[in-house]
Design a protein around this ligand. Sequence first.
Ligand code: SAM
Length: 269
Amino acid sequence: MAEDRQTEIRGAFDAAAADFAALGRYLWEPIGAAAVATADPRPGERVLDACCGTGASAIPSARLVGHDGLVDAVDMSGPMIDQLRRLSADLPQLRAHQADVTAWAAESYDVVQSALGIFFFPDMTAGTDHLISRARPGGRAVFTIWRGESMAAAGRHLGRAIAEITNTPPPAPRPPHLLDQVSQAGSYAAWLAERGLADVDVIVSEMALTMTPEVAWLVITGSGFRGALEKVPADKWDTVRELYLASLRDDGVTELDATTLIGSGRRAT
Ligand SMILES: C[S@@+](CC[C@H](N)C(=O)[O-])C[C@H]1O[C@@H](n2cnc3c(N)ncnc32)[C@H](O)[C@@H]1O
């Protein structure tokens, strides 16, 4: 069951990879930059960037650690890693690896970070504990997650569009997930402290994405929502797009909440 879910997530991101990079400048890159500002990698440091995607946090980190440092950027999606290798060709200190990071063996990193990745792990707590164990004692851990209902409106409107075209009821809400319990600043901080981190801090990074038709559609084709779209025959995608954009318009949605929580702490010595 957990393996099926992993395969489904990987399939969604494999398909989304090209548009993921295109959506990057609107969404992933500002979120990655905010996470990196918190992690603050310094020249010569070693960074593990888990669930790196096309490098929104791995690339700026590689620039900061410089040629004497190292960024191991890990993602389970091959097409994501291919895009990252293309985008980081001038950064030899960034090593891109296709792997399941919940089984990553190397350790003693100065910084372990993951932007918008830990909630995809089959067991979010065990996976995050594993990442923390990859930091050296005293090393920094920085994990970004969505706050509350961030991004949810896009999924709802896509669900309505797909239901209309496939003549099926709107999709049921997704099954309960730990993220539902820890997606506010206070509960997230408490959960991170339970992981054994010291000096836990959570920054609320407010963001609203302007939903031009181009960006609104990239949000679907260049993110995890791509998985739902892939279940619809490709010759119906133009109609899904029109119905989705009309649904957003009808509800007066011009902006999408993309607020994140940047949680940080130090691995206890
Ligand atoms: C929403 S994207 C975030 C990418 C990037 N950190 C960013 O902020 O742009 C989530 C990524 O996590 C990756 N992922 C999910 N579970 C993973 C795992 N167990 N090991 C490695 N990568 C994983 C997916 O393939 C996807 O590229």
